[in-house]
Design a binder for this molecule. Sequence first.
Ligand code: PLP
Length: 361
Amino acid sequence: MNACSHAPQSDATRAAAEAYLGSWDRDGMDWDRWMEEVERARATFAHLIGAEPADVAVAASVSQATSSVASGLDYAGERRRVLVSGAEFPTVAHVWLAQGRFGAAVARVPVRDGVVALEDYEAALDERTLVVSACHGYYQDGFKQDIPAIAALAHAHGALLYVDAYQTLGTAPFDAPASGADFVAAGCLKYLMGIPGIAFVWVRPGLAERLRPALTGWFGRREPFAFDAERLDWAEGARRLDLGTPPVLEAYIARAGMEWLREVGLEAIGAWNRALGARLIEGGQERGFRLLGTDDPDRKAPSTAFACEDGHAVEAALRERGVLASARGPAIRLAPHFYSSLEDVDRALDALSEVLGGGEA
Ligand SMILES: Cc1ncc(COP(=O)(O)O)c(C=O)c1O
């Protein structure tokens, strides 16, 4: 019930980790093979979001991916406003705030009643807006923002749209090019079934050429292995956002996790996650819990949050009862995924009912 925080280990991801450890042990060093594996992970991520590998950069975290993009934009002109949704995971907001030093003027679009209203984006947008940063799924309560609608608003004002899709990728189909977003980032340790240490960012074709990331490294060059320390050139496409030696072990595992999702099929996963989400909402209401955010299963990721006084205490009490949930301040999140059953959801809700004493604790 904690897929919004960390995926469980699977046979496939364990075997992938062992493949790397075996290669390292047997061969000592096999950079060609290992770099191939990084490329396969890049391509698998691209495929998952309906994109081309050339439009995907490999990062170590969403924080770094966001910093790479943000450091590539220019805040010197009139157009230097950055609109950050109040639903962003703090790290994303931090990255945009840090661009203030280079001239970015950061404004916030508020969360009201657990959601961000389209009207609030509309009211905040103007011709000085350079970029809007709007996550797809809200980490607190699973609320899914309407990315095509936000993209249309942003583009109508000449602004770009940056989307952190960490809380939704892997839960249902998502077509990055069709979404209207200009950038889509996600890490692998939640619904993509992987581990920390690797993340990806997709850049709309043709847009990467506008970026001159101050956060850079040798893998962002046209020919990293030319070892030319005197020239700063930019690799084609999103590769210019690549940084240093890529996360190899993590790439092995990331690919295995994403390939599993591909085999099961994101359509089927999306339909089942909707059923799990609906069961959580209804089951929570029946047991008298206070739901945070929307009660519309079509507008949320499977992650569902209920109010409580001390999320950490509730998480610990649930763990004692064999349920792994995830605390976020005064909320407890239950986040099943495609491997969960309706019985798992009911069992988690019953355990929560016991912990909360039949109401909000
Ligand atoms: C939506 C979202 N974005 C970003 C992060 C953090 O990203 P990273 O630790 O890879 O920088 C998280 C959670 O860990 C998250 O839920």
